[in-house]
Design a protein around this ligand. Structure first.
Ligand code: MSS
Length: 367
């Protein structure tokens, strides 16, 4: 057994026992650690940085952080303090890495081997993008994308496009998008993108740009490598290129959280409450079914707890009687849009968007 890695300094306040530290920039929530309180506690929320985060100093005085707004009628710099005067909305939503579930791809794509825990349900609070746009006279003619640039410093002499975290989002997503300064009722910590974060509900993690320093309305997608060549659905074995589909919207998905199948878990025969999480992606989760026999038979689950809207996840439960033996426990969600979670993942070279119910199935032994 290998020694668990230590939490990096910027995330040292996290609850180590609830997490799997893959690296200093990739920290996953254990399947058993989501809890049943709907909102993921910050000390258990996953972390993913494509490059090392900026200095902790940037969150010392969040109101002073400056955002450059471009590609609008009246381009200007605005501080967080100024943005706070423009509007306020709270958005409960699933934040999920594009590569969550990558570990289940049989091709073993390169990248962090996330299982289920590169996801959480959080409440972001901030100002609607639409209110910001209104304050700067609206976007420039011909804009097609909203492009957010992360606040990481680019080391001298490097081509910024090779490491800059800049993502472009289609304009149809701006209606629900916000610039957020709070997460779960507290100022966003550095680990999650404070002092200011671009939040695009329904879109995968990477599109939610942390420590955003520039918001631009652009005719073209960002020239950054992370936009042009990463986060694309490339065929297995092929390099990605800008003509392939970009990883933006999340598909319908669910997984069982209890039992967790984790080492040390003992499942005694008798009545068992099978619990899990489900979300629809761009629409709410409408229904979840659970199977204990590897997907041969399904029963309808009951939603637990509050419904916080279409971008949040729902908790579900099914009480079952289990005799001693081996079981394969699976869940399958259907969204309000009528799309059911598929049995098979969509193959792609980097292992993005895995929502296969079979891949997320758990093999457990009841004694
Ligand atoms: N932002 C920035 N600025 N940077 C980086 O690196 N990353 C991404 C996002 N944003 C980044 C950003 C990713 S990739 C993700 S997932 C997310 O973020 C995460 O979050 P958190 O808070 O959890 O850490 Mo995948 O798709």
């Amino acid at each position: 057994k290998t020694q668990a890695k230590a939490l990096p300094a910027y995330a040292s306040w996290k609850h180590a026992d609830s997490l799997i530290v893959h690296s200093a920039n990739t920290i996953e929530t254990k399947r058993s650690a989501f809890g049943s309180g709907l909102i993921t506690p910050l000390d258990r929320l996953f972390v993913r940085n494509n490059v090392a985060p900026p200095s902790e100093q940037i969150v010392a005085d969040p109101d002073a952080w400056v955002l450059a707004i471009k590609g609008v009628k009246n381009p200007k710099d605005m501080t967080v303090a100024e943005l706070k005067r423009l509007g306020l909305v709270a958005v409960p939503m699933v934040l999920q890495c594009s590569g969550n579930g990558r570990a289940f791809f049989p091709e073993k794509p390169s990248g962090t081997q996330w299982t289920v825990g590169a996801a959480g349900c959080v409440v972001f609070t901030g100002v609607p993008i639409k209110a910001v746009l209104e304050a700067v006279g609206g976007m420039e003619e011909g804009a097609k994308y909203m492009t957010g640039q992360g606040g990481e410093e680019i080391p001298q002499g490097l081509d910024p496009n090779t490491i800059m975290v800049e993502r472009s989002i289609p304009l149809e997503a701006i209606d629900d998008a916000i610039l957020a300064w709070e997460i779960n009722g507290q100022p966003i910590p550095l680990a999650h993108g404070g002092p200011l974060r671009l939040v695009v509900p329904g879109y995968t993690g990477v599109n939610n740009v942390k420590y955003i320093k520039q918001l631009a309305f652009t005719k073209e997608q960002s020239a950054a490598n992370i936009q042009q060549n990463s986060y694309r659905l490339a065929p297995v074995g092929e390099k990605s290129n800008p003509n392939q589909e970009s990883v933006w919207e999340m598909p319908v998905k669910s997984w069982v959280t209890s039992p967790s199948g984790e080492p040390g878990e003992e499942l005694k025969a008798g009545k068992v409450q099978i619990q899990g999480l489900a979300f629809g992606g761009m629409t709410a989760a409408k229904e979840v079914e659970v199977s204990v026999d590897g997907g041969k038979n399904w029963v309808k689950a009951t939603f637990v707890g509050p419904d916080l809207g279409k971008y949040a996840w729902r908790q579900f439960v099914v009480g079952v009687d289990l005799k001693p033996g081996k079981y394969e426990i699976a869940s399958r969600a259907t969204s309000e849009a009528g799309t059911a979670q598929p049995e098979e993942r969509v193959a792609n070279n980097r292992g993005y968007l895995n929502n296969s119910w079979r891949d997320h199935m758990l093999a457990v032994t009841v004694v």
